[in-house]
Every structure is written in structure tokens, then in C-alpha cells.
Write a protein that binds this ligand. Structure first.
Ligand code: NAD
Length: 333
């Protein structure tokens, strides 16, 4: 069976997902939800979406009476994810939500609880969890090929443009680079090391307080400590381009992804040589895999459910607290 998906939030990433879904085998784009009527018209003709599967933000709760839509994929600015996810769950639809799932762990947990109560699944758009080079490194690590894991370095950044965009608005973004690109290093540290951290330290640097206002972080360096003794050292920034690299070191070997999370191709290398998996469009694979998770109960190698995403938000909460207090913060995930 096909997972029939409606996208909510028809911006740049929503469009990327819609394009990628055109070659899915197990998922199909069948609906659209937007605050802009002209975008709905465009999507109807571009993606062959029937008018009866299109909704505005006002009338979208009526999707509960539409048997032709199985799932809603929320792709709006970060702080709006929560209300839309809860409304989708109340309409009885399966939910997929973009990262960061919300802007703090408390909101994330409310989203998880609402979906549980409505008896629907909640998945978060962690597309790297299905990327073949990444999964090969995880397989090698689990097989002990790098020895005991001791260190991870995650560098995640790009230079952000237009100062008026929502990504630089605390109300809509929930923060700055950490909420957008830094979360890749947090999530990556967890799936590369293969453990959840128990403490966090962090420092913030701001070179442009006009562009990066109060509560909007430009650059954050952070460190994570893992129960097995490994440490991670990471950078999240909105002021450098070409910064997208993961490096994992064990007692006996290493693995590098460079680039590590961009749209691709992802390049992997270990002490045993280059990895050579062919490039796949991440969003196409993600949506086919999510179809299997939702419709067939398939278990992904790296989880993509809401509870998993709340862990990243707890770490982000701890990073912001560590910056504010200047202290090491314990985390319990
Ligand atoms: P965007 O600005 O291009 O699109 C956002 C959409 O939300 C727009 O269509 C906009 O009209 C709509 N919107 C609804 N209410 C709004 C409001 N009050 N203010 C502003 N816009 C409003 O942003 P985007 O790049 O598509 O990002 C959307 C989400 O997708 C974010 O959560 C982002 O983190 C995530 N994202 C994920 C990836 C990934 O690789 N997984 C990549 C890019 C973005």
C-alpha cells in the first residue's frame, strides 16, 4: 500500500520534499495545506493534487473527514510545528514533522503525548537516518571495527543571508543556528557514537549582534560527554560556509563524513578506505522508509520517532542553560 501524504507549509523545503516524492515507490503526495491560496493552485497543477485534498490553515481540521489522506507532513517555521502537529493528530492523521520538532523539550513532549493519545504515529524528518554511507559507518561501529569509541567531532554551519527571514526571528525559530543546523551535530553525535550523552558544556560567540539579536545564536561551541567515556566536540554556526563534517574516532580506527548532512552526495571514508554508496535523494528514501514504518511497523536502524526527537531538544535546552550559567549541565534522556 501507498502512504498518502499531504504537506503543510509549502515553502522551500516543502517543495523539495514534494519534488522528491515524485519518485517514491511507497509514498505519494496527494494533498496540500497552506495559508496562501495561490500556492495551493500552483501545487494542484504542478503535482496533480485534487482540489478536494487542499486546505487552508483555518479549515484544515476538516481533513479528519477525508479518507484519501493518511498522513500530514508539517514543514513550517519551527515554533509553528507544535500546534499544527497537535491539530493533525486530533484529526486522526499520522504525523511527520520537520526538525527541530519544536523549540524546547516541553513542547516536544506535549506533541508526543498528543499523538499517543490520538493513537497516531509521530515521525521527525531526520533524513540522515536513512543515508547509506551513514548507515555503513554505524554498522562498522556496531561490529567493533573502530574499537572502543573515544571521540566525535561535528561541524555544522552555513552563512545565513537575508536578516529579515524567520530563521533570525526568535519567536518563529526558537533560537538561531543551533535550532537549524547545529541540531545535525547533536543528532549526529548520538548516532555516530551510538550512545546518549550524560552531560553538556557550551560557549557562545557573537560577532554580529545586530543581525543575531537577543536569543538568536550565531555560533555555539559545545561538548557532550557519553556514559562509555567518549566525548564530542561540536560547532554550530550561521557565519561560515562549507562547514559540514563529522569525524568519529575509536581506539583502533576512524570514520569521516565530509560532507556529512548536506543534500548530497555524502562522502564517507574510514581507516579501511573510501565508502562508495551511490547518491540517493535523501527525501525520496526517507518518505519510502517512513511509509514502511507507518504502514508496516518497520523498525528503522536509527529511530525517527517523536521520543527520539525530544532527546535532541533536551540536549538543546541543556546547551542554552550551560551558556547562560557557564556551568556543566547534566542531561537525563
Ligand atoms: P521556508 O521559509 O522556505 O518555508 C516555510 C513555509 O511556512 C512557507 O511556505 C511559509 O509561507 C509558511 N509559513 C506559515 N506560517 C508562517 C509564518 N507565520 N511565518 C513565516 N512563514 C510561515 O522555510 P523552509 O526552509 O522550508 O523550512 C521549513 C521547516 O523545514 C523548518 O522547520 C526547517 O528547519 C525545516 N527544514 C528541514 C530541512 C531538512 O533537511 N530536513 C531543510 C530545510 C528546512
Amino acid at each position: 500500500p501507498l502512504l498518502r501524504v499531504a504537506i503543510l507549509g509549502l515553502g522551500s523545503y516543502g517543495t523539495r520534499v514534494a519534488d522528491a516524492m515524485q519518485t517514491c515507490k511507497k509514498a505519494k503526495l496527494v494533498g496540500a495545506i497552506s495559508g496562501t491560496p495561490s500556492k495551493l493552485k500552483d501545487w494542484q497543477s504542478k503535482y496533480n493534487i485534487p482540489e478536494k485534498n487542499c486546505y487552508s490553515y483555518q479549515n484544515f481540521d476538516q481533513v479528519k473527514n477525508n479518507p484519501d489522506i493518511d498522513a500530514i507532513y508539517v514543514i513550517t517555521p519551527n515554533s509553528l510545528h507544535k500546534d499544527f502537529v497537535i491539530r493533525a493528530a486530533k484529526a486522526g492523521k499520522q504525523v511527520i514533522c520537520e526538525k527541530p520538532m519544536s523549540v524546547n523539550a516541553k513542547d516536544g513532549q506535549e506533541m508526543v503525548d498528543a499523538c499517543k493519545k490520538a493513537n497516531v504515529k509521530l515521525l521527525v524528518g531526520y533524513r540522515m537516518h536513512f543515508e547509506p554511507n551513514t548507515l555503513e559507518i554505524i554498522r562498522m561501529r556496531n561490529a567493533g571495527e573502530f574499537g572502543k569509541i573515544m571521540f566525535f567531532q561535528g561541524l555544522s554551519g552555513f552563512r545565513i543571508g537575508d536578516p529579515t527571514q524567520w530563521r533570525l526571528n526568535k519567536q518563529l525559530a526558537g533560537g538561531g543556528s543551533m535550532m537549524d543546523i547545529g541540531i545535525y551535530s547533536i543528532n549526529g553525535a548520538r548516532y555516530m557514537v551510538g550512545e546518549d550523552p550524560i552531560w553538556v558544556t557550551a560557549e557562545e560567540t557573537k560577532t554580529d549582534p545586530v543581525k543575531f539579536k537577543e536569543g538568536v545564536d550565531e555560533t555555539i561551541q559545545f561538548q557532550l560527554g557519553f556514559p562509555g567515556g567518549a566525548v564530542a566536540s561540536c560547532l554550530s554556526t550561521y557565519s561560515m560556509n562549507n562547514l559540514d563534517r563529522f569525524f568519529l574516532n575509536g581506539v583502533q580506527g576512524f570514520a569521516e563524513l565530509n560532507p556529512s548532512t548536506g543534500y548530497g552526495p555524502i562522502k564517507g571514508r574510514t581507516n579501511k578506505g573510501e565508502l562508495s554508496f551511490p547518491h540517493v535523494t535523501h527525501q525520496t528514501v526517507q518518505m519510502d522508509e517512513m511509509s514502511d514504518i507507518i504502514l508496516n511497523g518497520k523498525q528503522p536502524i536509527v529511530p525517527v520517532d517523536g521520543a527520539e526527537a525530544v532527546k535532541d531538544l533536551k540536549i538543546i535546552d541543556a546547551i542554552y542553560l550551560a551558556i547562560k550559567t557557564g556551568k556543566k549541565v547534566d542531561v537525563k534522556l
